[in-house]
Design a protein around this ligand. Structure first.
Ligand code: FPP
Ligand code: MG
Length: 359
């Protein structure tokens, strides 16, 4: 097992793969080695020799397509939070075998990065059932390969494995943070299902559905780096929270202005699904016709067209992007409470990647 692991890590070191690492400006370049190692190892956490569907879930759901933003953020935050001399040493040291979580090495952080990606993937498997999406990450959605019942169980299996590996870190505070993220992911999806007709409700949904997993995994990173330091845990949490919220607002804007080919999904899908996004909710505050369309979830003919027209006329996409920008400012404000370091700079650059992304 150890030899196989070494071989995999060798391949990982040579590989320049992963979409996250080819992003403009490459803010994640500092953790190329770590993200590639996670990408190569994560399958091992979900191998299942007893059941084809479960085994497929792991292989399918974690294969190539993901951007691996969450593992990259965890690895960067680890380097940003550890004392400078420890980070410098760990960056030079071989990573070791990802089957282990040896204390004092980077391995517990990489396990946390893997767990975060597993939870994200499980939520997408369930999300595709809920949204009845045909594809995910450029391939058939799992429930289209099997069926909805099996896909739900496969998502549960990924969650079960994630929970098991959270426990192997043996840090009760991390169990609290990561299970809070699980709960909030679920309530975020339910808030969306019930409808967000105003900005406070939208922001609640946005935090739960998108920002909670990022912020709680980064808070967990702080717990591993500096056990018992509540202030640093809060800094890491706030950085992730505002980054996650900005990420979702940009997503909303891309749904309106993005290029379908680059996005890999149809434009204006949100309104077709009855979902109100930030630009639409901004104009709904001052246009009663848009507000009514939002509240009936764009169900009448012409609702979506009217909303688009008002969004365009009022420059609401730019207004929404300003809100995302404000969250980036808050995220940076949090980050600047940490000592300066290359990892801190990279986390700051990750924010501009979030703001400038095209897909
Ligand atoms: C993508 O949404 C979905 C999420 C970010 C979270 C979905 C959460 C659940 C289904 C709750 C269950 C949670 C767990 C932990 C299993 P989207 O439809 O807006 O984005 P898409 O275009 O990528 O589908
Ligand atoms: Mg979806």
């Amino acid at each position: 097992m150890f030899q196989r692991c070494l071989a995999r890590l060798g391949a990982a070191a040579q590989s320049q793969g992963s979409k996250a690492l080819t992003a403009e400006g490459r803010p994640f370049a500092l953790v190329d080695r770590e993200v590639t190692a996670v990408k190569e190892h994560i399958h091992n956490l979900v191998v299942n020799t007893h059941n084809e569907v479960l085994d497929h879930a792991g292989k399918y759901a974690l294969a190539a397509g993901g951007k691996l933003m969450r593992p990259a953020l965890v690895a960067l935050m680890a380097y940003a939070l550890l004392p400078a001399e420890v980070s410098a040493r760990l960056m030079k040291e071989p990573l070791g075998c990802l089957d282990e979580v040896t204390p004092g090495t980077l391995l517990p952080f990489l396990r946390l990065a893997e767990v975060t990606e597993l939870i994200h993937t499980a939520s997408l498997v369930h999300d595709d059932v809920i949204d009845n999406s045909d594809t995910r990450r450029g391939r058939l959605a799992l429930h289209k390969i099997y069926d909805a019942k099996r896909a739900v169980l496969a998502g549960d299996y990924l969650l079960a494995r994630a929970s098991f590996y959270i426990a192997t870190l043996q840090v009760p505070r991390i169990v609290v943070l990561m299970t809070t993220a699980l709960e909030e992911l679920t309530s975020g999806e339910l808030i969306q299902m019930d409808g967000c007709f105003d900005i406070p409700r939208y922001e609640q949904k946005n935090f739960c559905k998108t920002a909670s997993l990022i912020s709680n995994s980064l808070a967990s990173t702080a717990v591993l780096a500096n056990p018992g330091n509540d202030a640093l845990e809060q800094v890491a949490f706030d950085f992730g929270k505002h980054l996650g919220i900005a990420f979702q607002i940009v997503d909303d804007c891309l749904d309106i202005t993005g290029d379908e080919k680059t996005l890999g999904k149809p434009k204006q899908a949100d309104m077709k699904e009855g979902i109100a996004t930030m630009p639409v909710l901004l104009v709904a505050q001052r246009d009663a016709r848009v507000d009514a369309a939002v509240r009936r979830r764009f169900s009448e003919p012409g609702d979506a067209e009217l909303c688009m027209e008002v969004v365009e006329k009022e420059g609401a996409v730019a207004e929404a992007m300003q809100r995302a920008d404000e969250h980036c400012r808050l995220s940076i404000e949090s980050l600047h409470k940490l000592h300066p370091s290359p990892a801190r700079d990279a986390l700051e650059k990750a924010l501009s990647l979030v703001m400038n992304r095209k897909s």
